[in-house]
Write a protein that binds this ligand. Structure first.
Ligand SMILES: Nc1nc2c(ncn2[C@@H]2O[C@H](COP(=O)(O)OP(=O)(O)OP(=O)(O)O)[C@@H](O)[C@H]2O)c(=O)[nH]1
Ligand SMILES: [Mg+2]
Length: 363
């Protein structure tokens, strides 16, 4: 893609220059009237400034580019290193192209870039998103702010896992939440259980395997009592299987687990030992949206040996930007089941589609 700024006395003259330098298929991106100073600034002459772009393989480029999308490769995929390298190279090429004309971007595109900046999107991703946005906007032939924002949302959605990986309803009999210390597992479990019971009139029960802190058992017990639902505390795998059996007639059994420092692999092994992950168990990895991207990425990687149905991102109300969450979603093949945005049980939780998430990201 070639982008160039032309200055000419009239639009016709600019068009001739553009055709000569970029070819007949060049597209005008932006044009404005300017005042050109002459005779050491003593006199002014009006002129037009035109930004034109020529993209040879335009229609090719409009198709989703698998190389840019490989940021969504799962952390555990065997080809991941090769893919990451390709992503890096592609993004680098795009960034080089972009550096020339960033200052020339028309206003709606500059605003779109600001939105990405405010959302905390990484530079490398921002560059590739802007490049796609530019191409999509040019091919559609309109650059109004409304259209550019709509296209920006589409481009961001394309980078996320597909729609069918999101918004999974509570469907299995056993639902387990796990994740780091204080991420909001117990509170979120109570929100999910309460809405199953109150909105969907399901028969529910609780199990907790968090026996490390007495307060943890008490915390879940309080919710169980409020909902008048039974609860079992399990110290071992045998006790867990027994409790599962006890509640086999219930519609949904909500299982709480201990928050541990999962940088220690032994805690992941302990979790897998206590809870036999199988098809009847729907599992959610709970991550706080306030966590740093690198820390979240590390946790996701460490949980690659545990079957994770979906993420739940908590504490969205406590962060100014969801950029890190976007990157985690874009880099994994796992969607978000729920996002929580406050301490109130049961109301501060919502299920989200990729579109909902992108709207939240850009707020
Ligand atoms: N602002 C905000 N606070 C939340 C949200 N979800 C949970 N919390 C708060 O986060 C704190 C920890 O929540 P818990 O549910 O106890 O977290 P946990 O993951 O079970 O903690 P451990 O069992 O100790 O690992 C509590 O003060 C919750 O009220 C949320 O969406 N927004
Ligand atoms: Mg807890």
């Amino acid at each position: 893609m070639k982008i160039k700024k032309f200055t000419a006395a009239s639009m016709q003259e600019a068009a001739i220059q553009i055709k000569k330098e970029l070819g007949k298929d060049a597209v005008i991106l932006n044009s404005k009237q300017i005042q050109k100073r002459k005779w050491f600034g003593l006199s002014k002459k009006s002129a037009v400034e035109v930004i034109a772009v020529m993209d040879q393989d335009f229609s090719e480029q409009r198709k989703p580019d698998p190389k840019i999308d490989t940021v969504e490769a799962s952390f555990s995929a065997p080809r991941v290193q090769e893919q990451e390298q390709r992503v890096h190279e592609t993004v680098q090429v795009v960034r080089n192209e972009m550096s020339d004309y960033q200052t020339m971007l028309p206003e709606p595109l500059r605003k779109a870039e600001q939105l990405l900046q405010d959302a905390g999107i990484k530079d490398s991703i921002k560059t590739s998103v802007m490049s796609r946005l530019l191409r999509a906007s040019i091919s559609a032939g309109d650059l109004t702010e409304e259209n550019v924002v709509r296209k920006l949302q589409d481009v961001l959605c394309e980078a996320l896992p597909p729609k069918d990986r999101w918004q999974e309803a509570i469907s299995s009999q056993y639902i387990v939440l796990f994740g780091s210390t204080g991420a909001g597992k117990t509170t979120t479990l109570a929100k999910l259980a309460a809405s199953s019971m109150l909105d969907k009139h399901k028969k529910i029960a609780f199990i907790t395997t968090d026996t490390y802190r007495i307060a943890a058992v008490e915390q879940l017990k309080t919710y169980a009592e409020l909902l008048q639902a039974p609860m079992e505390v399990c110290y071992t795998k045998e006790e867990f299987l027994q409790a599962k059996e006890t509640f086999s007639e219930y519609d949904h059994v909500f299982i709480d687990t201990a928050g541990r420092n999962f940088k220690e692999q032994q805690y992941i092994e302990e979790l897998k030992e206590t809870i036999p992950f199988e098809n009847s168990i729907q599992s959610f990895l709970v991550l706080s949206a306030t966590s740093k991207y690198e820390d979240m990425k590390d946790i996701v990687k460490r949980f690659s040996s545990v079957p994770v149905n979906q993420f739940i991102f908590t504490k969205a109300d406590e962060t100014a930007s969801l950029g890190s969450v976007f990157h985690i979603l874009a880099e994994s093949k796992i969607g978000a089941g729920f996002i929580t945005n406050g301490q109130n049980v049961p109301e501060d939780i919502q299920s989200v589609s990729p579109q909902d998430f992108v709207r939240m990201l850009m707020k």
